[in-house]
Write a protein that binds this ligand. Sequence first.
Ligand SMILES: Cc1cc2nc3c(=O)[nH]c(=O)nc-3n(C[C@H](O)[C@H](O)[C@H](O)COP(=O)(O)OP(=O)(O)OC[C@H]3O[C@@H](n4cnc5c(N)ncnc54)[C@H](O)[C@@H]3O)c2cc1C
Length: 507
Amino acid sequence: MISSPIWNMFEPANDFPLLKEVQNVDVSIIGGGITGISTAYFLKKAGLRVAVLEAGKIGMGTTGHSTGNLYLIIAELLSSLDSKYDEEIIKKVLKSRASALGTIEKIIQEKELDCDFSHQPMYLFSKDKADKIEKEISISSKLGISNAEVANDNFPFEAKKILKYPEQAQFNPFLYVTQLAHKIVSKECQIFQDSKVEEINKLDSGSYNLKTEQGSVFSRYLVHATHTPKGIDLKFDTTLGPYREYALAAKLNNDNYPSGIFWEYSGKEKFSFRSYKRNGQRYVMAVGKSYKVGQSQNNSELLESLESYLKEKFSVKEITHFWGGQNYKPADLLPSIGRKSEGENEFIATGFSTDGLIYGSLAGKIITDLITGNKNEFEEVFNPLRVNPVKSAKSFTKETLNVAKEFFKDHILGSSTEELQKLKIGEGKVMEIEGKKLAISRGDDESYRVVSANCTHLGCIVHWNDLEKSWDCPCHGSRFQPSGEVIEGPAMDDLFNVSDNNEQIIA
Ligand SMILES: Cc1cc2nc3c(=O)[nH]c(=O)nc-3n(C[C@H](O)[C@H](O)[C@H](O)COP(=O)(O)OP(=O)(O)OC[C@H]3O[C@@H](n4cnc5c(N)ncnc54)[C@H](O)[C@@H]3O)c2cc1C
C-alpha cells in the first residue's frame, strides 16, 4: 500500500518553475490548488496580469487529496443549513454551487481538459439512520431540488432508506487543476511551484510585496488561496474547526465497481465511496473516520477501521493507496470568500469543509468580480466580513472551548524523561525536559528528532500522528514534519528544531 493519493499516478510530475526573480503583476495569488488556479483562470480572462505562488506542487495540496466529487448539496447536509438559514439563503447557496459545477464543466470543454469528468448520480443511504435520510428527502423536496427516493431492492448495498440526486459529477481533481494551469500559463499568467511565500509586506503605496526564498512579487491585489488563512487571524482561528480524514483506494476481485457518489451514514459515522477508472486501471476508494486534527489517540486504528469498512462492502483484492486530507469547518456552515478586511485589496477563500472543489471554483469567479468591479450575485452570502453572531454562536463557542481545553490540558500536564528511553521507531511523544515541552520522535534510523512542542501559530502543544508521522496541532490544525517544517495549516513558521540547535539534549 502506497502512502499517496491515486490522482497523480497517471501523469508525469508538473514542471512549473521556481520563482527566482522579481515580478510585478496586478494580482498575486498564494496557493496553487483549485482555488488559486481557478482564480488565475478568471483573472487572466479579465485581462489582469497574475502570478501564482505554490509552496509545494500545483494541485497536490488538499485538492489532490480529495475524492473528486462534484455535488450541489453540502457535506453537513441540507438539514443543518435548514436549521440555521432561511430558504432564500439556502437556495442561493445551492444556486451558487450549481453555477460553479456548470462552470467547471464549461472550462473542461473550453480547454479540452482530459480529467475524466462524468455526470454521476449521488446516493445518500443508511441502514440505521433512516430518519436522517428521510429528513433530507423532505428538505430537498421543499427546496425543489431534483431528487428521488430509491427502493432498497434496486440498490447494491444494504440500506433502509436511500436518496438519489441525479446529474451530479466526478472528475480527477489533480488532472483538472494541473491541466488547467498548463493551459493558462503565459507571460501574463505566471505559475510558480516550490515557491513558498515566507513574508507578506503591505507597502505604503497600498501594494503588496511577497517574498519567497529566492524571489519576490509586487502586486496591487493579493489573494490568499491557501485553504486556511496563514498566520494569526482572530476571526478564522475561532470559527474554523480543523478536521482530518483518511482515504483508501483498492482493486477488487470482481467487476463490482460502483457507479456514482455514495455517502453512507452509520451510527455517528459518515463514509463516502466511489470508483475511478483511467488507462484501463480501476479502483474503488473510500473516505471516512473524520476526527479533529491532533485529537485522535491512534490514527493507525482509524485507517484500519476504514479498511474494514471497505472490505465489508467489496471483495477487495488489494489495498493500493492510502492518504489523509484536512478540511476546515466553518461555525456558520458557509465558506468565507471575498475581501479579507474592509477597504483592503486582500482577498481570501476558506472554510470549505469537504465541499471545496465547487467552492474553490466559485471563489475564483467571486474574487475576480470583486477585483474587476463586477457585481456577483453570490458575494454577500459568502462575504468573510458578514456578521452572523446569533446563528453561529453555539458552534463558535464549541470550537473555542475545545481549543482552550487542549491548550490548558497540555500546559498543565507534565511527562518524564524516562519515557525517552521507551520511545520506539516511528513513535513520538511530548515530554517535559528541564521545564521545556519538547516534541520528540524516533526515525527509522533510530535517531531522535527533537523540536519545540509549541505550535508556532498560537502556542498550543502539538500531538503525534502515529500514522502519518507528523506533529499535529489540536487547536487550529497546523501540521509539522518530525523535524519541524510546516506541512499545512495556519502556522507560517517551522517548529524550533532542538536537535539541530542543541545536540546534547539527545545524547
Ligand atoms: C479527504 C478529502 C476529500 C474531499 N473530497 C471532496 C470532494 O469530493 N468534493 C469537494 O468538493 N471537496 C472535497 N474535499 C474538499 C476539497 O478538497 C478542498 O476544499 C479543496 O481542494 C480546497 O482547495 P484549495 O485550492 O482552497 O486548497 P488546496 O488544494 O489545499 O491548495 C492550497 C495550496 O496553498 C499552498 N500554500 C499554503 N501555504 C503556502 C505558502 N505560504 N506559500 C505558497 N503556497 C502555499 C499549499 O501548498 C496548497 O497547495 C475533500 C477534502 C478532503 C480532505
